[in-house]
Design a protein around this ligand. Structure first.
Ligand code: NCD
Length: 452
């Protein structure tokens, strides 16, 4: 297929051009085409379609998602989670280890890789736990986890609160050249909070916790990472104060990286009142689909996240795709399982909230969803860099296509989105992994034929 007149954005090579893209099993050739490709087009052996308005870029990389296998297959499986990822434009996803049992032994890492090979349609990179049983005390055998294929370590869902345990883990991970990913929420400050502490939590009678719950643990771990010269990656940064800490650490040359989630870039705590802003219909108060760790925060925090993403203080967008079952959310707000099913809405939400509003431009968003996350995994052999030319993992985007979020149409088993009924501008048309179309075959077939 020849996509005529598409915009090719490849942050790895700095490409941003409008031209023709030749797509054939495993081959993505932006202009100039080879003689053989030109001959195929001229002789009508390759279908030529109108690609005007479409964008071709490397596939997205998600540093943080929950695929729930093993143990919670009623919430998600590697099959359904990777199908959801493909619809979201992600060609590589890192699977968090807070499964049941948690991924704290090499056999379990191998299990995830095996299931991914058998049932997954995008690349799955397993993350191992930091501590045995994800209990927060004894460091797991990180060397064995790495040998089995773990690309990073995290107790995500819970922080490693014990500083001695964290120091030991950082020391071991440093020698493996792999990142420790910390879920920064200090349990002592957090208590039983279920929302961001502020006027909204007060008005609604919800127990809140301040951004300081995140900042205090981030500050501690940044110092421990400096002490051990390890790579610390901060998961789901949400508080403006944390940005200042990351910036200071980076300015001092510390190996600290960070990710931010679409919901912390686009949703404020005012959504808990049902106020989804002027563009979207009013939601319901106490929508349990907004119960997430860390919580959706103040408009000032949200603004700080966007600026930090633009300026590179935050390296990557990650989704924290956290699918839950209906019954986990059909309870009072404070009792709901935390998490948002977000991998299928990430691109559309960020296009709508950040790109179409002029906060960041499209090439920057693509950078933070591709080479940004890949660079966090730079220590993993074979990862961390994109090749100089496109492919074989590619996504085709329509930055202006509007669609309305309906969780019944999700591939994910998790229908827990706070975006139901919101119209987003920006869609994933097709996703191609290793040269194979894993999402959007029909959409590609439906493109206007202009030759071949
Ligand atoms: C995550 C989940 O459901 O596994 N939930 C969430 O709210 N982010 C784990 C977690 O980080 O708490």
């Amino acid at each position: 297929m020849l996509l005529r007149g598409a915009r090719v954005i490849d942050p790895a090579s700095g490409t941003d051009v409008v031209g023709d893209v030749y797509i054939e099993a495993g081959v993505f050739q932006a202009e100039p085409l080879t003689d053989d490709q030109n001959a195929r087009v001229d002789q009508g052996r390759t279908k030529v379609v109108n690609g005007t308005g479409l964008v071709v870029s490397p596939g997205f990389v998600d540093l943080h998602c929950h695929l729930r296998e093993p143990g919670q297959e009623h919430k998600e499986t590697i099959a359904t989670g990777t199908e959801a990822a493909a619809r979201g434009g992600f060609t590589t996803v890192c699977a968090m280890p807070n499964t049941n049992p948690p991924i704290d032994s090499p056999g379990l890492v191998e299990f995830v890789l095996k299931r991914a090979k058998e049932t997954g349609i995008v690349r799955v990179l397993p993350i191992g736990t930091i501590t045995a049983g994800r209990q927060g005390e004894r460091v797991a055998d990180l060397e064995e986890l790495a040998s089995a294929g773990a690309v990073a370590f995290s107790d995500d869902g819970s922080p490693v609160a014990n500083p001695q345990t964290m120091r030991n883990a950082l020391m071991i991970a440093r020698n493996l050249n792999l990142p420790i990913i910390q879920h920064c929420e200090d349990p002592a400050i957090l208590g039983d909070a279920v929302a961001h502490e502020g006027w909204v939590s007060q008005r609604l009678g919800l127990t809140g916790a301040p951004g300081a719950a995140e900042e205090s643990l981030a500050a501690r771990d940044i110092e421990l990472a400096a002490l051990t010269r390890a790579h610390l990656h901060l998961a789901h940064v949400s508080s403006a104060g944390t940005i200042d800490l990351i910036k200071r650490a980076k300015d001092r040359g510390r190996k600290v990286t960070a990710e931010v989630m679409p919901h912390h870039l686009a949703l404020t705590d005012e959504w808990l009142l049902g106020d989804r802003g002027s563009d979207w219909p009013t939601g319901s108060e106490y929508d349990t689909n907004l119960r997430v760790n860390p919580p959706v925060r103040s408009p000032e925090d949200v603004e700080a996240m966007a600026i930090a993403l633009r300026d590179g203080v935050i390296d990557a967008v990650a989704t924290d795709h956290a699918p839950h079952a209906w019954e986990d959310k059909a309870v009072p707000f404070g009792e709901a399982a935390p998490g948002i099913s977000g991998i299928e809405t990430a691109f559309g939400l960020l296009m709508t909230r950040l790109v179409h509003t002029g906060v960041i431009d499209l090439p920057m968003l693509i950078t933070r969803m591709t080479i940004g996350p890949a660079s966090v995994l730079a220590g993993v052999p074979g990862l961390g860099t994109f090749s100089e030319k496109l492919g074989p993992d590619v996504v085709i985007l329509d930055p202006n296509q509007e669609w309305t979020v309906d969780p019944d149409e999700f591939a994910s088993k998790g229908k827990n989105t706070p975006l139901t009924g919101c119209t987003l501008r920006g869609a994933v048309v097709a996703t191609i992994v290793g040269g194979r179309v894993v999402h959007g075959e029909k959409a590609l077939d439906a493109l206007e034929r202009v030759g071949g």
